[in-house]
Design a protein around this ligand. Structure first.
Ligand SMILES: *Cc1c(COP(=O)(O)O)cnc(C)c1O
Length: 389
């Protein structure tokens, strides 16, 4: 299986078949498991063997299939599935940090990630230094011998700034800090984060892994010692585990993720190029455009621009008018979905931020985030041009 390509792993990795030899993965919708004898129960609580389960908060066969499949796709030794992307981000950080530790984090983060780093961790005595994630000198200055972890989104939401995983990892590893990457926008399809130096990769499975807007989920990937020795005890005792039904949806999502995400990224590339060439918008930001300030880094790190485009309509009024004219794109706040989604970050996902912080992150009043779905590219382009016009 090690030599299989991603598309093959996405369909076959991690499968566990019951005595019935079913083709499609079974949903083990059970909280617990029966032991043959009292002695067997005792033995399993002392040390559960491979594929020996105790309680769904600790692990479950359907969840284990998802964990093994996503670990194989990502090139990670192991994975722990979580109830949501935020349970994964919180679990990865909190499981390994203690009072007095120092963390360096990029400032441009998904709102809830910022809340954990800015509000929650400091409450427990963790010191956090924020940097401009695109500025290697700023990382270098902020990472200290006592730094325990660095955290960043490989592509920032919603401004699509890209963090150089290889270079930041090198700086972090020089002081033995753990590199934790929230890799949602890169997706498991375009990610090579572990080979590039990341120690821990976190996904919100709610996004491209489900890809059809059905369920919340998340996953933490990394070395087996870290996942089973550090993450699992924290997650299983604090309750952020993934449900078996969600794991089954996510397994089915992984079967098609290569096809979906590559199609979505190809459409995004085409739309971004067309909108930029039209010249009617103030700004078209897409990591796959030659005009993106980090185009070369994107090409080396991901090989594609991803599935999200940001455009600037010029003002909130113009942005709202544009959004309200869209007929194919829906106004919502998920991303990575089969349905194309338009979001106005300043008034929704990033509304909580002070105006100055929004401005410093490039979240202008006219900024619109477009998550490109699986519809026909011609229809999406016509929809956007009609609304922009
Ligand atoms: C959506 C998202 C999360 C949180 O995921 P949930 O599944 O909504 O909890 C974390 N990080 C990034 C970059 C996201 O886009």
């Amino acid at each position: 299986m090690k030599t299989w390509k991603k598309r093959t792993k996405a369909v076959h990795a991690g499968i566990r078949r019951s005595q019935y030899n079913e083709v499609s993965e079974a949903i083990y919708l059970t909280q617990g498991f029966v032991y043959e004898t009292a002695e067997a129960a005792e033995a399993r609580f002392i040390q559960a063997g491979d594929d020996e389960f105790i309680y769904a908060r600790y692990g479950n066969p359907t969840v284990a299939m998802f964990e093994d499949r996503i670990a194989a796709l990502e090139g990670a030794e192991d994975a722990f599935a979580t109830a949501s992307g935020m349970a994964a981000v919180n679990g990865a950080l909190t499981a390994m940090l203690r009072a007095g530790d120092h963390v360096v984090s990029a400032r441009a983060l998904f709102g809830s990630c910022l809340y954990i780093l800015e509000e929650i961790l400091p409450r427990f005595g963790v010191h956090v230094t924020f940097v401009d994630g695109t500025d290697l000198d700023a990382w270098k200055a902020a990472i200290k011998p006592e730094t325990k972890a660095v955290f960043f989104e490989s592509i920032a939401n919603p401004t699509l700034d890209v963090v150089d995983i290889k270079s930041v990892s090198k700086l972090a590893h020089a002081v033995d800090a753990t590199v934790i990457v929230d890799n949602v926008f890169a997706t498991p399809v375009f990610s090579d984060a572990i080979a590039q130096g990341a120690d821990v990769v976190v996904y919100s499975a709610t996004k491209h892994i489900d890809g059809q807007g059905r369920a919340l989920g998340g996953v933490i990937l990394g070395a087996r010692d870290f996942i089973r020795g550090t993450v699992e005890p924290y997650m299983k005792h604090t309750g952020g585990s993934m449900s078996p039904f969600t794991a089954w949806l996510m397994l089915k999502g992984l079967e098609t993720i290569e096809l979906r995400v590559r199609a979505q990224a190809a459409t995004a590339q085409r739309l971004a190029e067309a909108l930029e060439a039209d010249g009617t918008l103030g700004n078209v930001i897409y990591p796959g455009l030659a005009s993106h300030s980090q185009h070369a880094l994107v090409a080396a790190q991901m090989g594609a621009g991803g599935t999200v485009i940001a455009i600037d309509a010029g003002s909130q009024d113009a942005a709202f008018k544009l959004l309200n004219k869209l007929e194919v794109f829906v106004i919502s706040n998920n991303l990575g979905d089969a349905k194309s989604i338009a979001t106005h970050p300043a008034t929704t996902t990033h509304q909580r931020l002070p105006v100055e912080t929004r401005a410093s992150l490039g979240i202008t009043p006219g900024l619109i985030r477009l998550s490109i779905g699986l519809e026909d590219a011609d229809d999406l382009l016509a929809d956007l041009r009609g609304a922009i016009g």
